[in-house]
Design a protein around this ligand. Structure first.
Ligand SMILES: N=C(N)NCCCC(=O)O
Ligand SMILES: [Zn+2]
Ligand SMILES: [Zn+2]
Length: 314
């Protein structure tokens, strides 16, 4: 049986009908799924502007325009693999601890028979339970983290589970492969020099936004690929890695970021790595204009799905 693809936009106009990611079938409309796009409408972990809870719905709307063939990666991901929209994982907005537990359980259940996840957030808090679920299946994972921020801070207002702390917690829990941790796109003021020292002690390497500009995409990709090797890899994309010109709709914007072209080109350089899961987080549609950020996030998610579809899927 061939895989069930997206609705044909030459028959049903792409602006008609319910929004699923890329107009793909819902998970209950297929027998099995190789790749699932799943939303997590959660933003109780934010430190500044709220609103990322509406990210999944905005990405689905913006993704109506995606087409089924990816020329740069030379793949039709929805033909190659059964890709579905798994809907949203509903978590408690009033209890971060409970939300994290629920999300981990639901992610594990979705992954149980080999489905790989591209999760659309939601704020960056959600990366912790998603990494836990990935590590449960694959062991400690290499992490490629695109973000203006380090997100390895210890606590905010004394609280350990926030959108600025997921990778500190993940590191403490031993679910990251500390020989292959990279931040890409980092920039902006920090609380102190100690932020960088502590981050380095956790094992992270940093490719700043300025480094990407100076070295270019090719050199950046080569260095990242060398560090990752054939380890199981999780990719976490905070959309604020992009310059506010390319992603105004986000909660903690920082000037001087990457272009969406640079981000997509770096992602495409990751083909044939052992990608086991990915997320796109921190889209806050209320601050968006003309769907600029939602379109960027939908293309990032499409590229991540395509990378997973290229993989062996074992
Ligand atoms: N956007 C994310 N994930 N983190 C930002 C935390 C920055 C701060 O409030 O200090
Ligand atoms: Zn960020
Ligand atoms: Zn972040």
């Amino acid at each position: 049986m061939p895989n069930i693809g997206p609705l044909d936009s030459s028959r049903v106009p792409r602006f008609a009908g319910f929004a699923t990611f890329a107009r793909l079938p819902r998970i209950d409309q297929v027998e099995r799924a190789d790749v699932a796009v799943v939303g997590v409408p959660f933003d109780s972990g934010v430190s500044y502007r709220p609103g990322a809870r509406f990210g999944p719905a905005a990405v689905r709307e913006a993704s109506r325009l995606l087409r089924p063939y990816h020329p740069e990666l030379d793949i039709s991901p929805f033909e190659e693999k059964q890709v579905v929209d798994a809907g949203d994982i509903a978590v408690n907005p009033f209890n971060i601890g409970e939300a994290i537990e629920t999300l981990q359980q639901e992610a594990e259940a979705l992954q149980a028979d080999g489905t790989r996840l591209v999760t659309v957030g939601g704020d960056h808090t959600i990366a912790l339970p998603l990494l836990r679920a990935a590590a449960k299946k694959h062991g400690p994972v290499a992490l490629l983290h695109f973000d203006a921020h380090l997100d390895t801070w210890d606590t905010y207002f004394g609280e350990p589970y926030t959108h600025g702390t997921p990778f500190r917690r993940a590191s403490e829990e031993g679910i990251l492969d500390t020989s292959a941790l990279s931040h890409v796109g980092t920039r902006g003021p920090l609380y102190g020099k100690r932020d960088l020292e502590e981050d380095r002690r956790l094992g992270f390497g940093i490719v700043t936004s300025g480094d990407v500009l100076r070295r270019g995409v090719t050199e950046t990709v080569d260095a990242l690929r060398q560090r990752i090797g054939d380890r199981p890899l999780y990719v976490s994309v905070d959309i604020d890695v992009l310059d506010p010109a390319h992603a105004p709709g986000t909660g903690t914007p920082e000037a001087g970021g990457m272009t969406s072209r640079e981000l997509l080109e770096i992602l495409r350089g990751l083909r044939d790595l052992n990608l086991v899961g990915a997320d796109v987080v921190e889209l806050a549609p209320a601050y968006d204009h003309a769907e600029i950020t939602a379109i960027a996030a939908s293309h990032v998610a499409y590229d991540l799905v395509s990378l997973l579809a290229l993989g062996k899927g074992e």
